[in-house]
Write a protein that binds this ligand. Sequence first.
Ligand code: URA
Ligand code: SF4
Length: 220
Amino acid sequence: MAQSDYPTARQFLPEERNLNSLARASQGCQGCPLFRNARQTVFGVGAADAQIMLVGEQPGRREDEAGEPFVGPAGKVLDRALEEAGMRRGDLYITNCVKHFKSESQNGGRRGKKPNISEINACRPWLESEIEAVQPEIIIALGAVAARSLAGRPLTVGEAIGNWLETQEGRDLIVTYHPSAALRAPAESDRDRIFDVLASDLSRAWEAVGPMRPGPRAGV
Ligand code: URA
Ligand code: SF4
């Protein structure tokens, strides 16, 4: 079946939309071909009232097994960057712009393959519903695939870095490196630089929402 034979995620959205009902309904999504070769839908997790939403590309092999975003090697890098920025996962809502693992076989195993634009678009209704439910002040796109989904146009991380952009919904958007870029760059100096940019972009977002933060941290 061709992509155009699939209906997009829209028709799988539940009528009443909160994070629980959305997560449940997403398990039955057949909006694009990617559900066929993955174990499960990996929906977002985190605080329902988070001020910051992090959006990755798609689940990897480990996430496909666990059913949670960023639990594999990229997740370890993300945790280190969050720690450096003085943040915890519990402060955030974390998701991906495509919710099934897209993979190809290689040497008897499976490795991730970049989602294409029709898969990104097919899956966007889930992301839109998460944004609608959480109402984050700032959305952070991790890498160019998430940036494309959120901004609705092609963007390179290089041109976007350091700027405030807008999502298709008109929300504040920061585009930064994907944590796996800090694992994959061949030169150690590049890996370090990418990690530093990621950590400082997280910190920039955290500082920007600081005055709006409830509880003992307010006003700090
Ligand atoms: N990479 C992503 O973009 N998302 C995950 O959840 C894991 C790895
Ligand atoms: Fe549905 Fe998204 Fe999975 Fe495609 S990738 S089947 S649109 S949840």
